[in-house]
Write a protein that binds this ligand. Structure first.
Ligand code: IPE
Ligand code: IPE
Ligand code: MG
Length: 230
């Protein structure tokens, strides 16, 4: 059987806290292990030949958590961006951002823009980090951009909205994966996921390996994408 590799895969990396809780560890320890899983899965996705990988890293709702946890996650993001630069260069990985950039702490903003700039020329897999990302927030920011520039908002089209999203050149996700068994999308890629295939695994994010991604792709290959047609 010829396996079709989805061009764009989005992952809702959930279950770090539960992973820690199961081991009587603090939640932050779960995020640390979650980061290791993210590194494994990015490498796996690049080896498999996925073109775009969007990682739901921090949602617009995740600010509701304690300052300690939020600060720890922001620190991990910084660490990830720095420590993975060598890997990105070696594997020609282009890093991008989705979400409300201006709402991020300035040191994280700088780290993200430096990484985006340094990897902009790479033509390998694109890793889109959804940080301070919310699907509704993206749609609102898109509408605000349009209102500023569009002469005829009353006749706005789907294509024009798509063309003004955070990363308009990136195709809609073919497959959205969620770890840790929750059957919801939690405000991830709201507009873009209209016809994405969903794959939910009970496995907690820190336990994810290449095989789990392969299992998701195998399942994806069994789906019949009809897009409302016959
Ligand atoms: C996902 O793990 C990481 C983020 C949302 C930043 P959680 O921290 O949500 O883990 P659970 O859902 O509490 O297990
Ligand atoms: C979704 O997970 C956000 C990320 C993985 C970054 P959450 O843990 O925040 O989602 P809910 O609260 O279970 O919906
Ligand atoms: Mg969660």
């Amino acid at each position: 059987m010829n396996t079709v590799i989805p061009a764009h895969v989005g992952i809702i990396m959930d279950g770090n806290g539960r992973w820690a809780q199961k081991r009587s560890l603090v939640r932050t320890q779960g995020h640390l292990e979650g980061l290791k899983a993210a590194k494994r899965v990015v490498k796996a996705a690049s080896d498999i030949g996925i073109k775009y990988l969007t990682l739901y890293t921090f949602s617009t709702e995740n600010w509701k958590r304690t300052a300690e946890e939020v600060g720890f996650i922001m620190g991990l993001i910084k660490q990830y961006l720095r420590s993975e630069m060598e890997f990105s260069i070696k594997n020609k990985i282009r890093v991008r951002h989705a979400g409300d950039f201006t709402g991020l702490p300035s040191d994280i903003q700088k780290e993200i823009s430096d990484t985006i700039l340094e990897t902009a020329k790479f033509d390998g897999m694109q890793v889109i980090l959804a940080i301070n990302y919310g699907g509704r927030d993206e749609i609102i920011r898109t509408i605000r951009r349009l209102v500023k520039n569009h002469p005829d908002m009353e006749n706005i089209s789907e294509d024009e909205i798509s063309a003004n999203l955070d990363n308009p050149d990136i195709p809609d996700p073919d497959l959205i994966i969620r770890s840790a068994g929750e059957y919801r999308t939690s405000n991830f890629l709201l507009w873009e996921s209209a016809y994405s295939e969903l794959y939910i695994s009970d496995k907690l994010w820190p336990e994810w390996e290449k095989q789990d991604l392969e299992d998701a792709i195998t399942e994806y290959n069994k789906r019949n994408r009809r897009y409302g047609g016959l």
